[in-house]
Design a protein around this ligand. Structure first.
Ligand code: UT7
Length: 331
């Protein structure tokens, strides 16, 4: 049995936070943000809109476009670092309930910006082993809840949104996800973290906890590791599978920073038309960024059946991953 990437869906909240808006909140300018990151605006969830609410909307589209009924879904995995609830229930379980999917295995993955590729890897493994047939994977983030809007080094980067995909069993090898590589190195944990909560917290009271609830990042060091790791990761997956970069129709990198994407794209000899870019309009939406970018090329008619996508992500942990994925809607 093989695993096919059947469909994609995404949801972007209505409210827009522009660079000009941020310049009124912290000591920054549209010019600096544009030059250093390529970001012009990001979307922010409504006051009462949760990560699961956004995940549900993206998932409903992915299910509708997959041609399967929601009753056929037998596993739901949600990649998020901004879950509805810190410990339990998982956001995947909340989404499963809101969609009315019923009694299935559901759980979250915490792998930051690499989360969607980790979820894809889990879905592939469950499907190929014959344990599950139709897996709903979601990347959903309400990062605005864990962003410190007094820290200009991070608040200019992040936005909210969600993306989802259906991964189904197939016997047709030409439809199959080719390969996925994933890795992590916890020795870099302090480069990008939310130090609150959990048994590792340095705080001994909930009020002190709150101060550490926001994301903290050593941006410049993270940037350098990101470029190196993303480039090596892609070179490795292409070489292992004997695939040339020219045969990739859509290179879909995690949308963290235009300069990171450009540096990696150049190192891999990717042409501009191969590289999918949504960072200017969505900012960095962590685990949601790759499925939102795939949905962008799908909805604009650029993604056609059978075309090969190369996904590449990097994030807090540190974690990383790459995947060679043909788009294989149900025939
Ligand atoms: O998504 C998962 C992983 N995350 C990433 O991949 C993000 C990786 N990092 C980045 O994207 C970049 O490092 C940033 C966009 C966060 C920062 O860009 P940078 O070119 O690495 O800048 P920097 O941190 O080296 O800072 C350069 C200068 C500093 O001033 P001094 O010390 O040179 O006077 C900063 O204080 O820019 C200053 N700075 C700002 N200035 C205006 C930092 N943030 C801002 C800002 N506006 N928003």
């Amino acid at each position: 049995m093989y695993a096919a990437f059947r469909s994609i869906g995404a949801y972007v909240p209505e409210k827009i936070l522009t660079n000009e808006d941020l310049a009124k909140m912290v000591d920054t300018t549209d010019e600096w943000i544009t030059k250093r990151t390529g970001i012009k605006e990001r979307h922010i969830a409504a006051e009462n809109e949760t990560t699961s609410d956004m995940g549900v909307k993206a998932a409903a589209l992915a299910i509708e476009r997959s041609g399967i009924d929601k009753s056929e879904i037998d596993l739901v995995v949600c990649a998020t670092i901004s879950p509805d609830y810190l410990c339990m229930p998982s956001t995947a379980t909340v989404i499963t309930d809101k969609l009315g999917i019923g009694n299935v295995m559901s759980f979250d993955i915490s792998a930051a910006c690499t989360g969607f590729i980790y979820a894809l890897n889990v879905a592939k493994a469950f499907v190929e082993s014959g344990i599950k047939k139709n897996v709903l994977i979601i990347g959903a983030e309400r990062l605005s809840k864990i962003t410190d809007y007094t820290d200009r080094g991070t608040c200019i980067l992040f936005g909210d949104g969600a993306g989802a995909a259906i991964i189904s069993a197939t016997e047709d090898k030409s439809e199959a996800i080719v390969d996925i590589h994933t890795g992590s190195d916890g020795s870099y944990a302090e480069l990008l973290m939310t130090p609150n909560g959990g048994s590792g917290s340095a705080h001994d009271s909930l009020s002190a906890e709150a101060a550490g609830a926001f994301m903290q990042m050593k941006g410049n060091e993270t940037f350098k590791v990101a470029v190196r790791t993303l480039t090596n990761d892609v070179k490795e997956i292409l070489a292992t599978n004997n695939v040339s970069s020219e045969s990739i129709k859509h290179f879909v990198p995690h949308q963290a920073n235009y300069r990171i994407i450009k540096a990696v794209g150049d190192a891999l000899d990717m042409k501009d038309e191969q590289v999918v870019l949504t960072v200017a309009k969505f900012g960095n939406t962590s685990g949601a960024s790759i499925p939102m970018a795939i949905n962008d090329i799908y909805e604009s008619g650029r993604l056609q059946a059978g075309e090969m996508m190369l996904l590449d992500a990097f994030g807090g942990g540190l974690t990383w991953g790459s995947a060679l994925v043909p788009f294989s809607p149900k025939k």
